[in-house]
Design a protein around this ligand. Structure first.
Ligand SMILES: Cc1ncc(COP(=O)(O)O)c(C=O)c1O
Length: 460
């Protein structure tokens, strides 16, 4: 006899795990999912780079959840800072000044590029991008915003319209005035380039063409992920970000760097733009700012844009802007990053452990078409044929089409590794605090799971 979820959850002797699962299935509506087709795994605990289910099985987290747990799980000093703030002052409206908020803003400005000195706090990444485009439009008095096709900027109305990937489709028609462009992606060049230099030059020249036909005088902002995250860990070729900066300066356009995923250590720098010495007008951040221990995001604002709102009210706000618990967590996290050298560690993991380790895997497994990344932000692009570069699964594959990647992910999980899988790629994005030994443990599991992906290889 089939039971309803409520009947299943009613017996007093239900195990804790069973109750978590039953209540979840009966009452929790999950993101991005057909509700009847999912069975979310109940998680019992987490520590460092691992989380565990109720049977005690541990998973080494090569996804940092949604690429946000940069500091690792349950860092004792971070947990203590949140507890202390909760005991002191758990909430206060954004209209007041508050010590946690003031200090968080100062510390974030300290680690940001030159003249980004002011922070507008939000609850996460999507609303940071919403506010960044609002600021850009008001600052310039223009409407249009250019965003890349290979991008994700969040799921609220404006942010999903900025998003270039298929998650946007169901929300169309979206915000008026958003125009998508092709950014650089040398491995699958939209410009038929054969070198990084060509890719950079052609991407910038195509952007200039777009500005010409759209009317550069009507464009408020160009938004881009400094290093494209979910859509492929696309590291920009040398000169690309400087080129975007130059285009923005030439046409009076606001440059917005979305560092929600790429910032706060992920790329082995405080901000990914630091790699290329480029200073955007606005930087949006979230995730790694406090590793999601309490939801927090924000917009870092240049002095010039802040001045626009010196004597003119900024028409935007949030009940929880600069929430003291989120801000106390950001203060503690930045201090811990400094004390424990986490940025330097993340950079070293990229150059000395993850990068060489993934290149070694590429030598052993024909299905690895390309390895790319930096810091703790890497991708293996899997293919059926190295010569044609046909992806292991099609763009946006679902169901049976996605089987090769599903099989690969299942093998990783069996072996105790939680992978990040998107389309035909697996991203290697563990916490920035992961030890070299733990990374090697994860690479050994990837080595095994890639033998599963290799079975779908058809090239010579
Ligand atoms: C680059 C980027 N921007 C924005 C967002 C949206 O952030 P949130 O989910 O906190 O709204 C994400 C989330 O993955 C992201 O990766």
């Amino acid at each position: 006899m089939t039971q309803t979820a409520n009947q299943r959850s009613s017996p007093q002797n239900l195990s804790h795990e069973a109750r978590v699962r039953a209540d979840d299935r009966a009452h929790v509506f999950h993101s991005w999912s057909a509700q009847a087709q999912i069975d979310p795994m109940p998680i019992a605990s987490a520590s460092g780079s691992y989380f565990s289910d109720y049977s005690g099985k541990r998973y080494l987290d090569f996804s940092s959840q949604l690429v946000n747990v940069n500091i690792g799980y349950q860092h004792p000093k971070l947990v203590a800072a949140i507890q202390e703030q909760a005991a002191k002052l758990a909430t206060i409206s954004p209209a007041f000044a508050n010590d946690a908020r003031s200090e968080a803003a100062r510390l974030i400005a300290e680690v940001a590029p030159a003249d980004l000195n002011t922070v507008f706090f939000t609850n996460g990444g999507a609303d940071a991008n919403e506010n960044a485009i609002r600021m850009a439009r008001l600052h310039t008095g223009r409407n249009k915003v250019l965003a890349a096709y290979r991008s994700y900027h969040g799921a609220t109305a404006g942010a999903i319209a900025l998003t270039g990937d298929p998650r946007r489709w169901a929300s169309e028609p979206g915000l008026a005035g958003i125009i998508h462009y092709w950014g650089p992606y040398a491995y699958r060049s939209p410009f038929h380039s054969t070198t990084d230099q060509e890719e950079c030059d052609r991407a910038l020249s195509s952007l200039r063409d777009l500005l010409m036909v759209e009317g550069s005088h009507s464009v408020a902002a160009i938004i881009l992920e400094t290093v494209v995250g979910t859509n492929g860990i696309l590291v920009p070729p040398p000169g690309y970000l400087a080129g975007i900066r130059q285009v923005c300066d030439e046409f009076g356009i606001v440059m917005i760097a979305d560092e929600v995923m790429a910032g706060f250590g992920r790329c082995g720098q405080w901000f990914a733009v630091d790699h290329w010495g480029v200073s955007p007008d606005l930087i949006t951040f979230a995730k790694g700012v406090n590793s999601g221990y309490v939801p927090l995001g924000g917009v870092l604002i240049s002095d010039a844009i802040a001045a626009t709102f010196a004597d003119r009210a900024y028409p935007g706000g949030l009940t929880y802007s600069g929430h003291p618990l989120g801000c106390a967590a950001a203060v503690a996290s930045i201090n811990i990053f400094r004390e424990e050298g986490i940025i330097e560690h993340a950079r070293w993991l990229g150059t000395d452990v993850i990068g060489p380790g993934l290149h070694a895997l590429a030598e052993r497994h024909p299905c690895v078409g390309q390895v790319r990344g930096l810091g703790v932000f890497w991708a293996l692009e899997l293919v059926r044929d190295r010569d044609t570069r046909e992806p292991l699964v099609p763009f946006n594959a679902h169901g049976a089409d996605a089987k090769p990647m599903a099989d690969f992910a299942a093998r990783c999980k069996e072996q105790g590794l939680w992978p990040f899988v998107h389309f035909n790629r697996t991203h290697v994005v563990p916490p920035c605090t992961t030890s070299a030994e733990e990374v090697r443990e994860g690479l050994a599991i990837l080595d095994d799971a890639l033998t599963v992906a290799d079975t779908y290889y058809v090239g010579c």
